[in-house]
Ligand binder design. Structure first.
Ligand SMILES: NC(=O)c1ccc[n+]([C@@H]2O[C@H](COP(=O)([O-])OP(=O)(O)OC[C@H]3O[C@@H](n4cnc5c(N)ncnc54)[C@H](OP(=O)(O)O)[C@@H]3O)[C@@H](O)[C@H]2O)c1
Length: 290
C-alpha cells in the first residue's frame, strides 16, 4: 500500500520530549524556524484537550498568539493553566468557545478574534468526535442522528471553520491550514465505519481546499496540509499511554515552513510523508538536513 512507503521522510522529528523543557528542545525546531512562529496569530480548534491543547501551547511557547476553541470553556481554561505550569507566557492564549457545527457560533468566534487581530496566519483543525460505542456494527445498526452528528463535526464543521476563518487568513501574504486526520481515513476497520468515512472525507477536504486556495489566492504563500497524528492518550483515546505532545514537532515543522512549502500533502507525526488517492508523497524533507 503506497501509504506505508517509507522512502520519503523528514528527519529530526522529536516525538518523545518533555513539554516543560521546551526552551531546550524547541520541539526539534531549528532556532530560525522557531523564530518564524513568533508574533503570528493561530486559531486552534479542539484546543481544550488532547492534541489541540498541546499544539496551542507549543505555539504559544514559540511566541505566537493562539486562539483556543472548543465547546467547553472550562477545558479551554484548563489548557491555559497547563501552559502557565509549563512556564509559557499565557497572556498570548485567548479562549474562544465555539461549536464548530454552528455557522452562527463560528461567526461570533471570528468577531471575537477580530477584536484582537485583523488577521490569522494559521488555523489548526483538531476538533473531532470519535466513533460512538453505540453499536459494534455502526454502518448497519447506527442511528442516522449519530451518523449526522459525527459527519457534521468531523467534516462539515471543519469546512465551516475554514470558511469562517478565510477572511482573516486572506489578510496577509500567506497562510497555513492543518487538518488532523487519522489512518482511519485510509482504513476499513469494522466498528469504525462512520469515523473512517469522516476521516477519508477530511483527507479529501484538505487536498481539495489546498487546490482551490492556490487558484483563488495565486499571489499568496498558501500551505494547507493533512497530518496523521497517530495514537495518544486523549479524551477520545483512553487506551493509549503515549503523550499527545508527540505530535507537536511535526506540526510546528509544517506551520513554520517558509514560502514554497507543501500544499495539499499528507504527513505522519513521525516525519513520514504519505500518499492519499492520487496525491503523491511530498518529495523533499521539510527541514534542512543538518
Ligand atoms: N488520540 C488519538 O489516538 C488519535 C488518533 C488518530 C487521530 N486523532 C485525531 O486527532 C484529533 C484530536 O483528537 P484528540 O485525540 O486530541 O481527542 P480529544 O481530546 O477528544 O479532542 C477533541 C476535541 O474536539 C473538541 N470538539 C468536539 N466537538 C466539537 C465541536 N462541535 N465544536 C468544537 N469543538 C469540538 C472537544 O472539545 P469540546 O467537547 O469541549 O467541544 C475536544 O477538545 C482528532 O481529529 C482525532 O480524530 C486522534
Amino acid at each position: 500500500m503506497r501509504l506505508f512507503q517509507k522512502s520519503i521522510v523528514t528527519p529530526g522529528i522529536l516525538q518523545n520530549v518533555h513539554p516543560a523543557s521546551w526552551r531546550e528542545h524547541r520541539f526539534g525546531l531549528p532556532q530560525a524556524r522557531w523564530e518564524r512562529l513568533r508574533g503570528r496569530d493561530f486559531w486552534i480548534t479542539g484546543a481544550g484537550t488532547g492534541y489541540g491543547r498541546c499544539i496551542a501551547l507549543a505555539l504559544a511557547a514559540a511566541g505566537a498568539r493562539v486562539f483556543l476553541s472548543g465547546r467547553r470553556i472550562e477545558k479551554l481554561r484548563e489548557a491555559v493553566d497547563e501552559g502557565a505550569a509549563l512556564g509559557i507566557d499565557v497572556r498570548r492564549c485567548i479562549a474562544v468557545p465555539v461549536d464548530i457545527r454552528s455557522e452562527d457560533d463560528l461567526a461570533r468566534a471570528v468577531r471575537h478574534i477580530q477584536l484582537v487581530t485583523p488577521s490569522l496566519y494559521g488555523l489548526v483543525n483538531s476538533a473531532a468526535l470519535p466513533q460512538s460505542g453505540e453499536t459494534a456494527f455502526p454502518l448497519t445498526g447506527q442511528s442516522a442522528a449519530a451518523w449526522t452528528n459525527l459527519l457534521t463535526t468531523n467534516v462539515t464543521g471543519q469546512w465551516l471553520t475554514c470558511k469562517a476563518a478565510m477572511p482573516l487568513l486572506d489578510h496577509g501574504d500567506g497562510f497555513r491550514i492543518l487538518f488532523l486526520s487519522s489512518f482511519a481515513g485510509w482504513a476499513s476497520t469494522p466498528g469504525f465505519g462512520p469515523y473512517n468515512v469522516s476521516k477519508s472525507a477530511l483527507n479529501t477536504l484538505g487536498a481539495s481546499l489546498a487546490a482551490e486556495c492556490v487558484l483563488r489566492y495565486p499571489s499568496k504563500d498558501v500551505q494547507i496540509n493533512v497530518l496523521v497524528p497517530g495514537e495518544a492518550r486523549t479524551e477520545m483515546n483512553q487506551g493509549s499511554t503515549e503523550s499527545p505532545y508527540a505530535v507537536v514537532s511535526m506540526v510546528l515543522v509544517l506551520l513554520s515552513h517558509p514560502p514554497g512549502g507543501p500544499n495539499g500533502f499528507f504527513f505522519n507525526r513521525d516525519g513520514r510523508h504519505l500518499a492519499f488517492a492520487y496525491t503523491q508523497e511530498y518529495p523533499q524533507p521539510l527541514l534542512a538536513v543538518h
